[in-house]
Structure formats: C-alpha cells, structure tokens
Design a protein around this ligand. Structure first.
Ligand SMILES: Nc1ncnc2c1ncn2[C@@H]1O[C@H](COP(=O)(O)OP(=O)(O)OP(=O)(O)O)[C@@H](O)[C@H]1O
Ligand SMILES: [Mg+2]
Length: 127
C-alpha cells in the first residue's frame, strides 16, 4: 500500500505517521526523515517506509537513491511531499490531505485505487 501525505509545512504529516507507527506496535523513536529522506521500520506484520521528499531537488533523486526497488508489494509506504518526485513514485492507494485548523488539524482521505477503496471502507466501518 502506498499513502501520499499532502499538506503544508507543519500540517501534521510526520505526527500522523508517528501515531500510525505507535498504533502498529512500534515502541522506539520516530524521527522525521527530513535529512535522510527515508526511515524504515520493521514491524511484525510488514515493513513501513516513511519518506519525506521535501529536500529533494530533482525527482530523479528518487531513482538514484534506489527507492524504487524497495517499494514492493508487501511494504507500506508513507510519503510526505510526494509532489517532489511526481511521475517517479509508485501510484498512491490512498491520498491523505492535512490542513491546519487553528490548534487542530483537518484530515481528508481519498481512495486512489481499488485496494485503497477497500482499505478505507474497512477503516470506516471501524469508526
Ligand atoms: N493533529 C494535530 N493537532 C495539533 N497539533 C498538531 C497535530 N499534528 C501536528 N501538530 C503539530 O504541528 C507541528 C508540525 O507537525 P509535523 O512536524 O507533524 O508537520 P509536517 O506536516 O510533518 O511538517 P513538514 O512538512 O515540515 O514535514 C508540530 O508542532 C506538531 O506538534
Ligand atoms: Mg514532516
């Protein structure tokens, strides 16, 4: 599954990833991959790749870093600033848009594939 995380600087993308990883059982630190571009978490069920592409200057850096090879079917990729590598990334299953609303945040989730639609449906029945 590939999630694009969209929203302005400070919209809460990394904070959301932190919450997701904690909910999935990760107990260690969750660093923002602002400088490393990627952080990898090996969870019992699957691997999570957290990308922050804000500092990428050229979309081809995505290929040069070898990221294309790790975006395989079993992993979950959470990508901040996907627009920085537009055209090179795996297509999204779900697009999450965050906007600042004073002290809080608004979140909008859009299914961008059949798999993403199934995911959001099952997620919504839990709400
Ligand atoms: N849901 C929320 N409610 C209130 N404050 C939040 C929420 N999410 C994030 N924040 C606060 O907003 C600030 C920025 O959050 P965060 O670093 O997650 O943003 P970001 O979208 O990842 O930014 P960047 O584009 O720079 O990577 C932090 O101080 C964080 O505590
Ligand atoms: Mg961030």
């Amino acid at each position: 599954m590939t999630f694009y995380l969209e929203g302005d600087l400070g919209a809460g993308k990394t904070t959301l990833v932190r919450g997701l990883l904690r909910a999935l059982g990760h107990e260690g630190r969750v660093k923002s991959p602002t400088y490393t571009l990627a952080e990898i978490y090996s969870l019992p069920a699957f691997e999570v790749y957290h990308f922050d592409l804000y500092r990428m200057h050229d979309p081809r850096e995505w290929l040069d870093a070898g990221f294309r090879d790790i975006s395989d079917g079993r992993a979950v990729s959470l990508i901040e600033w996907p627009e920085k590598a537009a055209g090179w990334l795996p297509p999204p299953d779900v697009i999450i848009r965050l906007t600042i609303a004073d002290e809080a945040r608004e979140i909008e989730c859009e299914a961008a594939s059949l798999r993403g639609a199934h995911y959001l449906e099952s997620f919504c029945t839990l709400c």
